[in-house]
Design a protein around this ligand. Structure first.
Ligand SMILES: [Zn+2]
Length: 253
């Protein structure tokens, strides 16, 4: 019996489903049935006004977070170079109900490891904060490795000059088209210094062990472009989550 209880404690997240299907002690069964019901109800729909109800699979390594710059730690040894080759294989631009998302098949090499870009999308306001401050927007470039590991490269957008690449994204959405984005690199800072930590997806199912690379240098977009995005999605940002015991590393170029 003790052994059984121990094995239940070792299970997390999706495994709760298994518990509810087996015949465990009553108290565990009640708890897990409730979890499973909540999970199936919430995965289909992203409601930014009801974020408390997203916590069902949350562990203690969630994203986004507030990055307190005085608490970050230099990466040693600093081998964390990122090189990106994006925008070569754009197949879809969609307004998917919780963001504008562009499917792309570019590549990223992060710290000598190869990733493939799956898609990129945008949040407003920014999801991550720096010393408690939001940027007006944040782009997420979602990459996966062959073994399934996810690495997200986050880029802050600040108010400034018009961004040609982002305008091409907006034009695609307006015209319901998927024209090539000729200036995707304009949505990525030239200087690839970043903050790195381990977190989660920021929409359900909130999977953890996601590698985050939050670019320090923001790129510029115009006020009109920010407003055009906000017209579609004015608050599609998850609230910042507790850092708990995590360390935020820093890579400087
Ligand atoms: Zn995102």
């Amino acid at each position: 019996m003790k052994k059984k209880l121990f094995s239940i404690l070792m299970l997390t997240g999706a495994s709760l489903l298994l518990i509810s299907c087996s015949t465990e002690t009553n108290q565990n069964k009640d708890a897990s049935t409730k979890e499973t019901t909540t999970q199936s109800q919430k995965t289909e729909h992203v409601d930014y006004d009801d974020q408390e109800d997203w916590e069902f699979t949350s562990g203690d390594m969630q994203s986004p977070i507030d990055i307190v710059t005085s608490d970050t730690v230099a990466m040693t040894p600093d081998t964390g170079q990122i090189s990106l080759d994006y925008g070569k294989d754009i197949t879809k631009t969609e307004n998917n109900g919780h963001s504008i998302q562009i499917t792309d098949g570019g590549t990223a090499v992060i710290n000598g490891r190869n990733f493939t870009l799956n898609q990129f999308h945008f949040h407003s306001e920014s999801e991550h904060t720096i010393n408690g401050e939001h940027y007006p927007m944040e782009a997420h470039f979602v990459n996966t490795a062959q073994d399934g590991r996810i690495a997200v490269i986050a880029v802050f957008f600040k108010d400034g000059a018009e961004n040609k690449g982002f305008q091409e994204v907006l034009n695609n959405v307006d015209n319901d088209k998927t024209d090539p984005i000729t200036d995707l690199n304009g949505m990525i800072p030239t200087n690839k210094s970043y903050y790195h930590y381990l977190g989660s997806l920021t929409t359900p199912p909130l999977n953890e062990n996601v590698e985050w690379y939050v670019m320090k240098e923001p790129v510029e977009v115009s006020t009109a472009q920010i407003n055009a995005f906000k017209k579609l999605y004015s608050h599609n940002n998850r609230k910042v989550q507790p850092l708990n015991k995590r360390v935020i590393l820093e890579h400087d170029e």
